[in-house]
Design a protein around this ligand. Structure first.
Ligand code: ADP
Ligand code: MG
Length: 354
């Protein structure tokens, strides 16, 4: 290629006090504690592409989430918490396939290169990457409005992934953890919520412990990787709850061409949710809120005891909340077992004793 005099210098983070893209990568991302070696990762950061081996008996599961400042997280949030959340929501997608984390790539768009921000962001990634033995193997860095795109790769035994399409009539519907905390967190932390003006706290001032719990639930969601790795093969279908139980379960029902019943009284809530919200608003948060990153999965009845004992051993709460039947759509059962309408308005009048 001909050398052109005074070729334009790309405007990549070039401010007097800032670093070039190359410096950012080498200082904050190509770090031994973030881009650590792992069997099968033949080549990581530094070349034009990473080289990844896929064991012959495995499928490579890939998933990506884009988080935009001001939409998916507050612009001034702690960068290590943003990093944590960005990787955790991706790992949650792997869990929902029954896949084990393998490695990830990072697309980072930054308004400027802020050393402290980058150091904290990178530290947040290290924590989860180490925990799940999931090294950073590449990415791209550019200048613009703050956004974070992460793509994770996972491994799952061939033909054993938990797809949305596998639920069968007679299966039981389960969820992990507690529901609604992500949506309640937005409310408790004074962030935007899409659940309407009637979605309010039932206490004027939540305790510090409750506020801390909700902040953790939102920024530090715990992907259910352990449960999925140990029991995913027994799930007939699975999805992670990112948009609220109603919408996410509906995806399973649609893909599996079945219907489902949910016992509203069985939906599990955290102590903090029980403490800070009315029964109606707890249900709104669980069914229509989102940001929980728990798993919703179905089990053939013969596998329920085994999966329950695996979960118990792992210390992971799982709860049977309903069952799959023939037809389409979700039916809701009141605490006394009687059917109840499925609209958001209906839940405003639902009086649970939970
Ligand atoms: P190219 O011009 O070939 O895309 P880059 O200069 O963008 O290369 O990146 C150089 C190397 O640094 C590549 O291996 C790339 O994967 C890695 N990289 C760039 N940005 C990031 C990032 N945000 N996180 C991790 N790796 C990165
Ligand atoms: Mg690049």
């Amino acid at each position: 290629m001909a050398v052109v005099d005074q070729a334009p210098v790309p405007d990549v983070m070039h401010k007097p006090s800032s670093h070039s893209e190359f410096e950012i990568i080498s200082r904050f991302f190509a770090r031994p504690n973030l881009s650590f070696p792992r069997e099968g990762i033949e080549l990581g950061i530094g070349d034009d592409a990473a080289l990844i081996a896929v064991p012959p008996n495995k499928h490579l599961a890939m998933s990506m989430d884009v988080l935009i400042s001001g939409i998916h997280f507050p612009a001034d949030a702690d960068p290590s918490l943003i990093a944590n959340r960005a990787l955790a929501v991706n790992l949650s997608d792997l869990a929902a396939m029954g896949a084990e984390p393998y490695c990830f790539t990072l697309g980072l768009v930054l308004p400027q290169s802020d050393e402290k921000w980058l150091a904290d962001f990178s530290a947040g990634l290290v924590q989860l990457a180490k925990q799940y033995n999931c090294p950073l193997v590449g990415g791209d860095t550019s200048r613009g409005p703050l956004s974070i795109s992460i793509q994770v790769q996972g491994l799952v035994d061939k033909n054993r992934a938990a797809r949305r399409s596998g639920a069968n009539v007679g299966d039981k519907i389960y969820v992990s953890g507690t529901l609604g905390d992500g949506a309640i967190a937005l409310l408790a932390l004074g962030l935007d919520s899409h659940l309407g003006s009637e979605f309010t706290l039932a206490v004027s001032e939540p305790s510090t412990a409750c506020l801390q719990f909700f902040e953790d639930a939102y920024f530090n969601p715990q992907p259910q990787i352990g449960l999925a790795s140990a029991a995913g093969k027994l799930f007939s279908s699975a999805i992670d709850i990112s948009d609220g139980l109603q919408g996410d379960l509906q995806h399973i029902l649609d893909e599996s061409e079945v219907a489902g019943n949910i016992n509203l009284g069985a939906i599990p809530f955290s102590e903090s949710a029980l403490c800070c919200l009315s029964p109606e608003n707890r249900l709104l948060a669980a069914l229509f809120g989102g940001d929980d990153y728990e798993l919703c999965f179905t089990l053939a009845e013969k596998n329920c005891v085994e999966v329950e004992s695996i979960a118990k051993e792992l210390g992971v709460r799982i709860t049977c909340i309903g069952d799959i039947n023939a037809g389409e759509g979700i039916g809701y059962l009141d605490v006394d077992g009687s059917p109840i309408g499925a609209t958001a308005q209906a839940f405003q009048h639902f009086s649970a004793t939970t």
